[in-house]
Ligand binder design. Structure first.
Ligand code: 5AD
Ligand code: SF4
Length: 441
């Protein structure tokens, strides 16, 4: 079969899509360059917010026509978080979908596709497994193409149960991969030309995997283990929960040269009353102290964050506290969202929903503030040098696009450099979401 994977949602989904591609290629299937050239279409879905669900359903709807035109030997596969959380809705609303697989069972993709081809029985299948262990048990023997910067899942699932979040219900409980397994995969990636790896987990700081001598490794232990791997130039990670950050992590940022000075530390809200209802298990002051502690060890650490506005019961005063908190931290970059009720989560039952127009108004105010902060952060670098890993070619001739140590997107016209190079770039121009620079000869 010729497969095409369309990816939605977070970085963990991108990683899962890469893995499915590896497994399918190992099983003899071929990667199609576009959806129209494929006869095995895989949608790797997300269900974090309602808006995404709606878009995915309409995308599945459009595939129906392609399937009808193909008349046979054409399969539609829906995998990922929405496949898990909306299984029965998918079966009911889009019965022409052939396979439905939750995020913990994506490793079965090739077997199930083979089954369906051989038996021609169109049957919906779903993950019921809640642990991710089997998913990581074996690596495929062939690999699809990799870029110079790639993700690697080290920990999956979540035990935190933030009251708004669907993830514990889609990806199940926390599971940490073993250190040796991770080291082996890092080596594989390096041999495929990868220079920068971002370690992924719903909550990487609660990583607790088996390491050397059967000792349990914490997340900072894992970082120190990966600090000196031949050929690995840059290491990043996401996402951290502030309640699990400790001084060992701060020390890692001070001591590990390849660990990049940027940290995604979602706060969600600046008001204690809302943090409590969100079940975040830290207070505003604890969050601030955590940032201060990290900055003591690594003063130039660039912070990014996620915010939710309009959580049930959020008052104007609560929202004001969120603005003040953002103001006091000074983020290099941040994402903000309107609260979206997810069925099955505790927050979906909470009283005092915030009206849509107030949510929109608050989102606009917060986004303006965060955009300003990002612009100011970027402006600090005008005339300075940033160390940039070029990850792809730009739209213009000889233009390359890459990322700085602080995760900023930087582009430069570079006659002598190429993708995969790490180069000092002198910043000449700045916009809020990207920087432009030149390479001195
Ligand atoms: N509504 C809005 N935003 C949400 N997020 C998670 N669940 C919801 C929800 N129900 C946001 C959080 C999280 C990011 C990945 O998505 O800010 O950090
Ligand atoms: Fe979406 Fe969360 Fe699943 Fe990622 S883990 S795909 S963000 S629901």
């Amino acid at each position: 079969m010729r497969f095409f994977i369309k990816n939605y949602g977070c970085q963990m989904n991108s990683y899962d899509s890469r893995r499915m591609a590896d497994i399918l290629i190992s099983a003899g299937h071929a990667h199609a360059c576009s959806l129209l050239q494929a006869n095995l279409i895989i949608l790797n879905t997300c269900s974090i917010r309602e808006k995404v669900d709606g878009k995915i359903f309409s995308d599945i709807g459009r595939l129906k026509l392609l399937k009808e035109k193909a008349s046979g030997n054409f399969f539609i596969v829906v995998v990922g978080c929405m496949a898990q959380s909306r299984f029965s809705d998918i079966v009911r609303r889009t019965p022409y979908v052939d396979i439905i697989l939750g995020p913990q069972n994506i490793h079965l993709i090739a077997e199930i596709v083979d089954d369906i081809i051989k038996n021609k029985v169109l049957d919906a299948t779903i993950s019921t497994s809640e642990d991710a262990e089997s998913k990581f048990r074996q690596l495929p023997n062939k690999f699809s193409d990799r870029g110079v910067s790639e993700f690697l899942t080290i920990q999956e699932g979540c035990n935190n149960f933030c009251s708004y979040c669907v993830v514990p219900f889609t990806r199940g409980r926390e599971f940490s991969r073993g250190v040796l397994d991770i080291v082996q995969e890092v080596k594989n990636l390096i041999s495929l030309g990868v220079k920068e790896i971002t370690l992924l987990g719903q909550n990487v700081n609660s990583y607790n995997g088996e390491g050397r001598g059967r000792r349990n490794y914490s997340f900072p232990d894992l970082l120190f283990e990966l600090a000196h791997m031949d050929g690995l130039k840059r290491l990043r990670y996401t996402t951290s929960n502030p309640r699990d950050v400790d001084e060992n992590l701060a020390r890692a940022h001070k001591e590990i040269e390849i660990l990049m000075p940027s940290l995604h530390l979602p706060v969600q809200s600046g008001a204690d009353a809302i943090l409590k209802k969100m079940n975040r298990k830290y207070t505003r002051n604890e969050y601030v102290r955590c940032v201060e502690m990290l900055r003591e060890y690594r003063p130039d650490l660039a912070f990014s964050s996620d915010f939710i506005v309009g959580f049930p019961g959020e008052t104007d005063a609560d929202f004001q506290q969120t603005l003040e908190l953002a103001e006091s931290i000074g983020y290099a970059q941040a994402y903000s969202f309107k609260y979206s009720p997810r069925s099955g989560t505790p927050a979906a039952q909470m009283p005092n929903p915030v009206p849509e127009d107030i949510k929109s108004e608050r989102l606009q105010i917060l986004q303006n503030l965060l955009d300003d902060q990002q612009l100011k952060f970027n402006q600090n670098f005008i005339g300075q040098y940033l160390n940039v890993l070029f990850v792809k070619e730009g739209r213009h001739e000889k233009q390359l696009v890459g990322r700085s140590e602080y995760s900023q997107s930087v582009s430069s016209t570079a006659a002598a450099a190429s993708v995969g190079d790490i180069v000092n770039v002198r910043i000449t121009e700045v916009a809020s979401h990207s920087l432009i620079g030149v390479i001195d000869q």
